[in-house]
Design a protein around this ligand. Structure first.
Ligand SMILES: *[C@@H]1O[C@H](CO)[C@@H](O)[C@H](O)[C@H]1NC(C)=O
Ligand SMILES: *[C@@H]1O[C@H](CO)[C@@H](O)[C@H](O)[C@H]1NC(C)=O
Ligand SMILES: *[C@@H]1O[C@H](CO)[C@@H](O)[C@H](O)[C@H]1NC(C)=O
Length: 553
């Protein structure tokens, strides 16, 4: 029950449940008037509900994509054989790898092994056969020269994205083998996005090319799941083709039937329709689609970006109102899906900070983590089941791994999230004495039991501090004796400019790979029991409450 003198902190928009209740119990500092009002010294009191799991997301909740444009020149697919990239990908499992994006609807499968693009490198000894993970590794020298060329290619692809003109591309069996080997050998679950812009004269989907690909994959016994078409709401803009919700549904029913008839894929999953976030007419598209084909899909996918990469600023990345727009869109989609297909899982099938390839100088820097971590927290809380990050590797600036295949801040953030955050979402509430909105975003899950050594009953909170001043967080009395391990992520340099750093410090130490096959240990710092948590300005952190003893965890 609220105590006199405590007011609920108003949330920026209704769907955000952060500050909807005040449940404050006397804690040592709670009674004292907060000094430094408005300087961040005022504590925020949190309360956790351990009695039940509020929601449960997929074990692969945090997943990643590779944009189909990566296959525009097949030789770059060999980069997927880099031991470094594989080490990084493996660290993010369990996860899906979605291969799709705008370019997928401009790609034709050519069932030939015709390409031998690495001949130029006089490496006839390098021949990938597709069955053994060891043989698939890219030799170091080759990796070096390919990376240099890739940097050029990434620029070309980025410009193509800006122009919105998409040339058709062919890809061979070889490219499919390289993609599959990467996912299989890293332990990722491949989702392949098929081209939906092959149309018949009466504007139905022409499945001929997809069937060639499906047959090929089946002949190789590639275990994978499928999608069809990327952002069909903008087919008209991209290709002058108009597909309404009903027709989209028919196309999916057609693909569903093809998969049903396959021995290997009759029980494999189909996801769609990968529409952009709702905006006027797009809602009709989703409605028509679900009315026609909800039964054919295993999850309903939609895409979300907060801002336009060409028209955004550092401030947007730290703005609670911008972050809350995700909640508005999510609730719209959930409402549509729940009314037409109750119980259907809903995924963010492609998502990142800024569309158009990301925001230069922002989407690949520390500050991007505010959008990314808040998205992970909010999406799980609102009831989305999987979130696929655009992209693991690829052109633009929203990648997790840069052109030298080195991990960027959002990779490290994702890795910590994977290790520490389990699929069970817990209810958490927070309030301050003055009722001031302290620009804190607070989430909590059971600690991940599979990928950490924490015991059962442990709880992980993650908190984002969107202000420059440090925040003080006060745990409820029953947790005051619990050991807390803190994983605080900060920009290596102070101030707003520091937020644009392409590296990140964990508890004060900049994270780097030890070598191309070894990640550094990610250790938390034990905090003395009974103290407030102090979160520095412009930072975010995971706190593991080791002795929370939550019965549902
Ligand atoms: C998949 O990976 C396993 C090892 O994890 C390997 O034995 C198998 O050959 C791979 N399959 C393909 C088709 O590459
Ligand atoms: C792709 O392949 C088709 C058929 O195999 C061929 O007609 C076409 O010219 C090729 N396009 C490109 C861009 O290579
Ligand atoms: C915390 O520890 C102190 C000292 O060991 C003890 O007196 C107190 O009862 C404990 N509080 C809780 C809530 O367990």
């Amino acid at each position: 029950m609220p105590q006199p003198g405590f007011r609920v902190i108003p949330a920026a928009s209704a769907p955000v449940l952060l500050f909807t209740a005040v449940l404050i119990h006397a804690s040592p500092a709670g009674a004292a008037p907060s000094p430094g009002y408005g300087t961040g010294a005022e504590p925020v009191y949190i309360d956790l509900d351990f009695s039940r799991v509020d929601r449960k997301v997929d074990e692969r909740f945090l997943s990643v994509s590779i944009d189909a444009s990566f296959m525009t020149q097949e030789k770059f697919m060999y980069l997927l054989g880099s031991p470094k990239l594989r080490t990084l990908a493996k660290a993010l499992t369990p996860a899906f790898l979605r291969f799709g994006g705008t370019k997928q609807d401009f790609m034709r499968f050519v069932p030939q092994r015709q390409y031998s693009p690495l001949k130029d490198y006089r490496t006839s000894s390098f021949h990938y056969t597709g069955n053994s993970c060891e043989r698939f590794e890219l030799p170091e020298l080759l990796e070096k020269s390919l990376k240099q060329e890739w940097a050029q290619q990434a620029l070309i692809l980025y410009l193509e994205e800006q122009l919105g003109k998409y040339k058709p591309v062919n890809f061979s069996e070889n490219a499919v083998d390289l993609l599959y080997a990467f996912t299989n050998c890293s332990g990722l679950d491949l989702i392949f996005g098929l081209n939906e812009l092959f149309r018949t004269s009466d504007n139905a989907w022409n499945s001929q090319n997809a069937e060639l690909l499906i047959n090929y994959c089946e002949s190789r016994q590639y275990i994978m799941s499928w999608e069809l078409g990327n952002e069909p709401n903008s087919f008209e803009k991209k290709a002058g083709v108009r597909v309404d919700g009903y027709q989209l549904g028919q196309d999916f029913l057609h693909l569903h039937k093809i998969l049903q008839e396959s021995k290997l894929y009759s029980s494999s999953d189909l996801y769609g329709p990968d529409i952009s976030q709702p905006r006027d007419h797009r809602k009709d598209l989703l409605t028509g689609f679900l009315e026609t084909a909800a039964g054919a899909i295993d999850a309903c996918t939609w895409h979300h970006y907060y801002v336009n990469g060409r028209d955004t600023s550092l401030e947007d990345f730290l703005d609670p109102e911008v972050l809350d727009t995700l909640a508005v869109k999510t609730n719209e989609v959930l409402e549509t899906v729940n009314s037409l297909s109750p119980g259907k899982k809903v995924w963010l099938g492609e998502t990142s900070s800024a569309y158009g390839g990301g925001a230069i100088g922002l989407s690949d820097t520390f500050v991007a983590g505010f959008m990314w971590l808040d998205k992970l927290g909010l999406a799980a809380r609102l009831g989305l089941n999987v979130v696929i990050r655009q992209v693991l590797i690829g052109s633009g600036t929203y990648h997790l791994v840069d052109d030298n295949l080195d991990p960027l801040p959002d990779f490290w953030l994702s890795l910590l999230y994977k290790r520490l955050v389990g699929p069970e979402v817990l209810k958490i509430t927070a309030a301050s004495k003055s009722g001031q909105n302290l620009r804190l975003r607070i989430y909590s899950h059971c600690t991940n039991k599979h990928s950490s050594s924490y015991r059962r009953g442990s709880v992980t909170m993650f908190i984002l501090n969107l202000r420059k001043n440090p925040a003080t967080i006060s745990l409820p009395a029953q947790l005051l004796n619990s050991t807390v391990e803190a994983y605080v992520l900060q920009a290596p340099e102070p101030g707003l400019e520091g937020l644009k750093s392409r590296s990140v410090a964990l508890n004060g130490v900049v994270l780097k790979m030890v070598d191309e096959r070894t990640l550094p240990p990610l250790r938390g710092i034990k905090l003395p029991a009974g103290k407030h948590l102090k979160l520095p300005g412009f930072s975010f952190a995971f706190y593991v409450l080791k002795e929370a003893g939550a019965p549902v965890c």
